[in-house]
Design a binder for this molecule. Structure first.
Ligand SMILES: *Cc1c(COP(=O)(O)O)cnc(C)c1O
Length: 394
């Protein structure tokens, strides 16, 4: 009784004062470690939400806790009008870790901000306005990022958005050729569409985007906010495709779960005029320390390799599930999508009842984004549980 009172008092307190924009699950999460989360009653869940992509390292990774504890005692705030030791070291490490010649970075605080910066830099650098993005693409919810995002549900209430954005069907080279011209500032694409249903790009499509940008003097912006930092089995998904972005947008797992965004710039983005952009919190030493620790952990624990191995095992097992309710299994590394022939909501609720937290990607796709540190046994339990639930639902 008392426990239930605690549960309902937390939920009613939050419900009374939160904005109301989130559809809430009937669950209070109070603690996490690795790929485990606990509710306020001490019940454990296997986490395949992964902080919606922010928890590649697992929850409260000791290296992150240590890095931010130490840095918090030294310096938390330091705007970029000053130089800073931790930020300088991180910028060097990040630009060394990213593909190609992305030698500079603008630091911010979220994915949407990383995309806003990318759009502004593409416009200011090319002197052009048009941005070509993809149907089913998701790039965030601020007005510029939303203009690149495709889903009507997110865009509809906010029209008119920023002009001169067009959307072409993903993986359609002919449509891309028709859309890109000498007026195009940038082509903006995810290498694997996340929110749009876990859809990996055809290599030929991304290569065509690269060639069209070269031919027309446009910039290629790659959104690796969800695919970055080991998720797909390489540090960045662009490596799978041997793809060279001119601008690379990063966020989510960049700083071990702390809020951070980064917009990496290649040589074709010329020198940026002073004051064309900025951020109060961007590049703060606390989060830079967490981001340095994140790169170290990803390398030391070989997490991209782990994501590749576990992801291949998971895809193989998922593909073996013999259910008339499965339309297709897709993914890359530990970014997994199971397209169903039914709505995903009831499946998510049944999983939660059996101790598994997962995500949708649209109305019919079940998406798994487990921390890359997840135990093999936990991952197989998740797959067995999905199978059992689908059998019961037939
Ligand atoms: C989550 C996401 C964003 C937006 O990131 P926020 O931090 O929520 O603003 C942008 N692009 C992609 C591909 C994402 O997955």
């Amino acid at each position: 009784m008392q426990i239930l009172d605690i549960t309902s008092s937390i939920q009613s307190l939050e419900s009374a004062h939160t904005s109301g924009v989130y559809p809430k699950r009937d669950l209070v999460i109070v603690e996490g470690e690795g790929a485990s989360l606990w509710d306020e009653q001490g019940r454990r869940y296997i986490d395949c939400v992964g902080g919606q992509g922010a928890a590649n390292l697992g929850h409260s990774h000791p290296a992150i806790v240590e890095a931010i504890s130490q840095q918090a005692r030294r310096l938390i705030s330091c705007p970029e009008i000053f130089y800073n030791d931790v930020r300088a070291a991180y910028l060097a490490e990040l630009t060394a870790a990213t593909p190609g010649e992305l030698n500079r970075a603008f630091l911010s605080n979220s994915g949407a901000e990383a995309i806003e910066a990318a759009i502004k830099f593409a416009r200011v650098s090319t002197g052009r306005r048009e941005i070509v993005a993809a149907m089913r693409g998701f790039h965030g919810r601020t007005m510029g990022a939303l203009s690149a995002t495709w889903n009507k549900k997110y865009r509809g209430p906010f029209m008119p958005l920023v002009p001169d954005f067009t959307h072409i069907p993903y993986n359609n080279i002919a449509a891309l050729e028709a859309a890109v011209s000498d007026a195009t500032a940038a082509v903006l694409l995810e290498p694997v569409q996340g929110e749009g249903g876990v859809r990996p790009a055809d290599p030929a499509f991304l290569h065509a985007a690269r060639e069209l940008c070269d031919a027309h003097g446009a910039l290629l912006i790659v959104d690796e906010i969800q695919t970055g930092f080991g998720r797909t089995g390489r540090l960045f998904a662009s490596e799978h495709y041997d793809l060279q972005p001119d601008i690379l947008a990063l966020a989510k797992s960049i700083a071990g779960g702390l809020p951070m965004g980064a917009t990496l710039l290649g040589p074709r983005v010329g020198e940026l005029p002073r004051l064309v952009h900025g951020s109060t919190f961007g590049g703060n030493p606390l989060v830079a320390a967490a981001a340095r620790a994140t790169l170290r952990v990803l390398q030391e624990e070989r997490l991209p390799e782990r994501a590749a191995r576990l992801g291949a095992l998971a895809q193989e097992r998922l593909a073996r599930i013999d259910s008339p309710l499965i339309r297709e299994v897709r993914g890359l590394g530990l970014m997994l999508g199971i397209e169903l022939k039914i709505k995903v909501g009831p499946v998510l609720r049944a999983l939660q009842e059996r101790g598994v937290l997962a995500l949708p990607a649209g109305a019919t796709v079940l998406r798994l984004l487990p921390p890359l540190v997840i135990d093999e046994a936990d991952l197989f339990y998740v797959i067995d549980t999905i199978e059992a639930i689908l059998q019961e639902m037939v």
